[in-house]
Design a protein around this ligand. Structure first.
Ligand code: MF3
Ligand code: CO
Ligand code: CO
Length: 256
């Protein structure tokens, strides 16, 4: 294991990148309505990042991915590819995941959108998944383990009769998009790596209404639930501080 420790000035730079990523989610929110395509949403985000923020959309060219955002609708767990053919409809739940690079540093974040009027069971999935992320963030401080983080998420999900996706995880982040450690969203207390001041990583739980099993579509990116039931995800980039956590991708609507 070689987990990089960031200095206060590194973290200050990551916060700049993180805030730009958060700003993209705030900017795109009013556009997320029935009738718009995920391809259009992607174009708007690309233009905003490159022209307004003068930053780099990290997903473009990442392992051959061609778009700025991942747009994952309903049974899509993650890495849904934006397309002019994918048009949002009333009742959809959508995750938009975006990563911005500024001065070499990454900020990675995602949020869920309720498109139009959604069914209560979908609203509940979205809310509980956000609670999973928030409960995990709340315990982050030096000395806590990655197993503790996974356990908090898994307990809250399972208490609500949901399952936790195990095939994808959070990750260390910095000058490199995906670095060590892997941050599982399930686990046992007091196991795994101990957090230290200066570690930066994402927590990004994917929570399913049905079973935890996933399937990768033929496009090589889109990950769906095996049983076709819906999935939700929320993501933040975090820094471990001396006494707790700094949520680098916090949006202004959030009290973290
Ligand atoms: N942003 C995703 C994550 O949370 C990774 C997307 S990679 C892409 O780690 F290539 F699909 F964009
Ligand atoms: Co991530
Ligand atoms: Co992400």
């Amino acid at each position: 294991m070689n987990i990089s420790i960031k200095s206060p000035s590194d973290i200050a730079q990551m916060k700049i990148a993180g805030q730009l990523a958060a700003d993209v989610l705030d900017m795109i929110t009013p556009f997320v309505k029935p009738g718009i395509s995920t391809g259009e949403l992607d174009d708007i985000c690309y233009d905003f990042i490159t022209k307004e923020q003068k930053a780099i959309p990290a997903n473009v060219g990442y392992k051959g991915y061609e778009k700025t955002i991942c747009s994952s609708i309903n049974q899509v767990i993650c890495h849904g590819i934006p397309s002019p053919n994918k048009i949002l409809k009333d009742g959809d739940i959508l995750n938009i995941d975006v990563t911005v690079i500024k001065d070499g540093w990454h900020g990675d974040t995602s949020k869920m959108f309720l498109v139009g009027k959604c069914q209560p069971h979908n609203e509940r999935l979205v809310k509980i998944t956000q609670e999973c992320l928030y409960k995990a963030i709340e315990i982050v401080k030096p000395g806590v383990t990655l197993g503790d983080i996974g356990h908090v998420i898994q307990s809250h999900a399972e208490k609500n009769y949901y399952s936790v996706v195990e095939d994808y995880c959070g990750h260390g982040i910095g000058k490199i998009y995906h670095e060590e450690p892997q941050v599982m969203h399930f686990g046992r207390p007091n196991t795994g790596i101990e957090l230290k001041e200066g570690m930066c990583f994402t927590i990004e739980p994917m929570i399913n209404q049905g079973s935890k099993y996933t399937k990768l579509l033929g496009d090589g990116w889109t990950v769906e639930t095996k049983d076709g039931r819906n999935s939700a995800q929320w993501e933040h980039t975090l820094a471990v501080t001396s006494s707790g956590v700094d949520v680098l991708t916090k949006r202004s609507e959030e009290s973290l």
